[in-house]
Design a protein. Sequence first.
Length: 159
Amino acid sequence: MGVSVPVACVCALLAGSCLQVNAQNSTTGEIVGTVTDQTGAIVPGAKIQLRSLSQNEKRETQSTSTGSYRFSLLQPGSYELKVEAKDFEGQVRTVEAALGATRTVDVQLSIGSTSQVVTVTEQAPLLQASDASVSTRRLRKRRCRTCRIRGTTSLTRHC
């Protein structure tokens, strides 16, 4: 059985396109990874920024529901990888992208330090120190002439 000319042409075209795809992959690199916390739990929705150090071009993505991220078709060179997520401390790393290579850079985030300022503004109530009852009533001068202090004799006091 002989192979027809059209089938041979189709095979040749497919082989040529495969070589072209491989050539494209070998002229760029890829950086992939997973974002987790200190316990190993995934961190979805983390903001990930990749900046070329030679050209200062930036790309951004977010980690997926499985914590993974991917930057494809990268020119070879050094990149700054910055990962941030709510309630976590951010991380910055320098990463190299190489021709035809996929570089895996997993990032483990630490819980961020939180500072909280609480301001309480309240007027202190008037207290009677002997029995801790609250009173806002003013005593008249006549009633305040003689006061007793527990364990002592009468004390005359002028209000």
